[in-house]
Design a protein around this ligand. Structure first.
Ligand code: THU
Length: 144
């Protein structure tokens, strides 16, 4: 059983994701995303979505956050938070398939994924586990 996140850890992770979202480079979609991962050593790494005039080169906030952690030597992740704006007709926006596959590389299936939505200044949090988002990841050469 993984150690559950404390309320303080959860708030710190969501605050970090929200702050990273402010740095979003998204002039094409105008959709700002922030993400943060909590690593086993208690540190938080953040990322935001970075777009490009060659649209397909865009990298999502979640992958940028995870890659920042791995680049700093932290491969074991306890939780990931992401935050977007509220879109009409959508309760929340969940991570794309590519990011879910990358999560599966570095997080066990019971890892909490916090999906937050900003509606004006109100933050609503939806709590999922990676296994719900990515039940059958490709897993052949996963990093250990
Ligand atoms: N985006 C993310 O950062 N994370 C996701 O999980 C889905 C989409 C970004 C990519 C692009 O910059 C914008 O949101 C619109 O697709």
């Amino acid at each position: 059983m993984r150690k559950p996140l404390t309320k303080a850890e959860e708030t710190a992770l969501l605050d970090a994701a929200q702050a990273a979202r402010e740095n979003s480079y998204s002039p094409y979609s105008k959709f700002k995303v922030g993400a943060a991962v909590l690593t086993e050593d208690g540190r938080i790494f953040t990322g935001t979505n970075i777009e490009n005039a060659s649209y397909g080169l865009t990298v999502c906030a979640e992958r940028n956050a995870m890659f920042a952690a791995v680049g700093a030597g932290q491969r074991r992740m306890r939780a990931l938070a992401l935050i977007t704006q509220k879109l009409p007709g959508m309760a929340f926006n969940s991570p794309c398939g590519a990011c879910r596959q990358v999560m599966s590389e570095f997080m066990p299936p019971n890892t909490p994924i916090l999906i937050a939505v900003l509606d004006n200044n109100k933050r609503t949090v939806y709590r999922k586990q990676l296994r719900e988002l990515m039940p059958f990841p490709f897993d052949k050469f996963s990093a250990k």
